[in-house]
Ligand binder design. Structure first.
Ligand SMILES: [Zn+2]
Length: 87
């Protein structure tokens, strides 16, 4: 294994979402840190939730927003599964 090869500089750790050990970034308003991929998806998911709420409140169709949200969810799930398999 290459466990002891990566640098301890920066904020390397385990992503709270997918479990990968990699460079982590924080998101505003969140205590946990995530890998680059998950932090991007989470930020987008947060935006989508806000948009879905606003669209629901305004009585607009939310199907496109919800399908986009589900796509992000399945992408994060896939990332977590491939991390478990050590890919
Ligand atoms: Zn991640």
């Amino acid at each position: 294994m290459t466990d002891n090869l990566w640098s301890t500089e920066g904020s390397v750790g385990r992503c709270s979402v997918c479990g990968r050990e990699t460079e982590l970034v924080g998101l505003p308003g969140k205590r946990d840190k995530y890998c680059l991929g998950c932090s991007g998806d989470l930020a987008t998911a947060d935006l989508l939730i806000t948009e879905i709420d606003a669209a629901t409140f305004a009585g607009r169709n939310t199907n496109a927003l919800i399908s986009e949200f589900e796509e992000i969810g399945s992408r994060m799930l896939h990332r977590a599964q491939s991390a478990e398999q050590g890919i």
